[in-house]
Design a protein around this ligand. Structure first.
Ligand code: NAD
Ligand code: UGA
Length: 455
């Protein structure tokens, strides 16, 4: 039985390996992490991340051919193939701070591999990395003094949170990059063989190492760019009475443009879009392409503008002050169906509102614990509410931050009645029906559409 090891039991390592174990009973899959609490949670009934469909897959395989452990050394020794899925956040210190990827976790992983390995291995970059990282990885791994050989493969992950299991079970494509040498091709084939257990061959793309590494950054940059493009136009729509939904629906019908990822919003969040674009910006600067760097940086600037604009609109609508006003924040996760709040636009909106001395009542069905950590250092009046009706009681305004479907099922008549008047509704996700909400009595401010008010 071939042994797969994954180092890093996070949002990517955990679900990805569960699906590989599920689809490949002929492999033993072990996921290791230095975070003991996380591994204990993976071994419990209360998994460390919320992801629809994940519990079922883990329960099917755990203890059979899927294992979660903190024994990194043993995992490395036994493995034939090692996926590296550690975090690669933006560097916060030294050269490239605020842009470059912090590769210390990756390098530590490479060093533990050479410390504990006693046979040749394939090492797969699953983490998102700057292009040409495999070269550094290879140099570190081959600095071992025991003559061990490592083949580096790039196999970036394209899953989105909230739909991870479906994305893994039925991916648009799987990308596998390797060196164009005989050994490189052999290693690529070994990884192709894993995915070919459930992914049609024509969806498994093989490329050279550098194309694969760069494709991951480019895919995220292109997706984020669409959101920023649409959000920039949402600002123009609000000035001109054009309706962003009508504009994107009609523009997206052009098959060259496509309908997906054109939803105007409070802005994109998540652990990767910002970090990966910053990484791209850094790389372009590093390779002497300042114009290209500036081009991509604008995607982030537009995203920041959108959340500032949203808070500006709130202030303007609420008679230029929110001081001492209760504001209900509906949703804190960066998107629906996840408890993840990393880089959630809700964080910046809440901080801006707290600076304006608003009193916040925050509700989210899955992300309250993370919300508390994110706002731990924020001064002001914040209450975290399990019950959405408690959050809105006596509030002057509601700000919808996450597109949770369950918010659509709320009793907005009851909500309206329990609020201060005039009652304001700022829908940062265009989730709720403007006419219906206006009919109930709210003054409604959607994104990229004309506000509907009773004034
Ligand atoms: P995460 O922070 O949730 O998980 C990373 C894990 O690696 C942590 O649990 C950490 O303890 C562990 N780790 C760090 N150093 C270690 C070491 N030396 N030994 C063992 N474990 C170690 O991160 P994530 O969201 O899973 O992302 C991982 C990578 O995948 C990143 O490069 C990210 O850009 C990329 N990615 C993320 C997503 C996503 O949706 N979150 C999607 C695609 C790609
Ligand atoms: C994104 C990519 O979609 C994945 O392919 C990639 O693997 C992943 O990043 C990663 O590398 O981490 P994720 O961030 O989980 O996945 O979620 P998305 O669905 O891409 O949403 C990102 C943000 O954009 C969310 O805040 C979402 O609300 C926002 N968004 C998305 C919009 O505002 N409008 C849209 O039309 C789409």
């Amino acid at each position: 039985m071939k042994k797969i090891l994954c180092i890093g039991a996070g949002y990517v390592g955990g679900p990805t390996m569960a699906v590989i174990a599920d689809k490949c009973p002929q492999y033993t899959v072990t996921v290791v992490d230095i975070n003991e609490k996380r591994i204990a949670a993976w071994n419990s009934d209360d998994l460390p991340i919320y992801e629809p469909g994940l519990d079922e897959v883990v329960k099917r395989c755990r203890g059979k051919n899927l294992f979660y452990s903190t024994d990194v050394a043993k995992g490395i020794k036994e493995a034939d193939i090692i996926f590296v899925s550690v975090n690669t956040p933006t560097k916060t210190f030294g050269a490239g701070a605020g842009r470059a990827a912090d590769l210390q976790y990756l390098e530590k992983t490479a060093r533990s591999i050479i410390e504990h390995a006693d046979s040749d291995k394939i090492v797969v970059e699953k983490s998102t990395l700057p292009v040409r990282t495999a070269q550094a990885m290879s140099r570190i791994l081959h600095s071992n003094t025991r003559g061990l050989k490592f083949q580096i493969i790039s196999n970036p992950e394209f899953l989105a949170e909230g739909t991870a299991i479906n994305d893994l079970m039925d991916p648009d494509r799987v990308l596998i990059g390797g060196l164009e040498t005989e050994e490189g091709k052999k290693a690529i084939n070994e990884i192709v063989e894993i995915y070919a257990n459930w992914v049609p061959r024509e969806r498994i793309i093989t490329t050279n190492l550098w194309s694969s590494e760069l494709t991951k950054l480019v895919s995220n940059a292109l997706l984020a760019q669409r959101v920023s493009s649409v959000n920039s136009i949402s600002a123009l729509c609000e000035k001109t009475e054009a309706n962003i939904n009508e504009v994107t629906a009609a523009a997206g019908r052009d098959t060259r443009i496509g309908a997906k990822f054109l939803k105007a919003s409070i802005g994109f969040g998540g652990s990767c879009f910002k970090k990966d674009i910053l990484n791209l910006v850094y790389l372009c600067g590093y390779y002497g392409l300042p114009e290209v760097a500036e081009y991509w940086e604008q995607v982030i600037k537009m995203n920041e503008f959108q959340s500032r604009r949203f808070v500006g609109n709130m202030l303007a609508a609420m008679f230029n002050t929110v001081a001492d006003k209760k504001i209900a924040i509906l949703g804190f996760a960066f998107k629906a169906d996840t408890g993840d709040t990393r880089e959630s636009p809700a964080i910046s909106v809440c901080r801006q509102l707290l600076e304006e001395r608003a009193r916040l009542r925050i509700h989210d069905p899955k992300a309250l614990e993370n919300a508390q950590l994110d706002l731990e250092d924020a001064a002001g009046d914040i209450t975290y509410c399990e019950d959405p009706y408690e959050a809105v009681k006596g509030a002057h305004a509601i700000a919808v931050m996450t597109d949770w479907k369950c918010f659509k099922e709320l009793d907005f008549k009851r909500i309206y009645e329990s609020m201060e008047k005039p009652a304001f509704l700022f829908d940062g996700r265009n989730l709720l029906d403007v006419d219906e909400m206006y009919g109930i009595g709210f003054n409604v401010y959607p994104i990229g559409k004309k506000a509907k008010t009773h004034f």
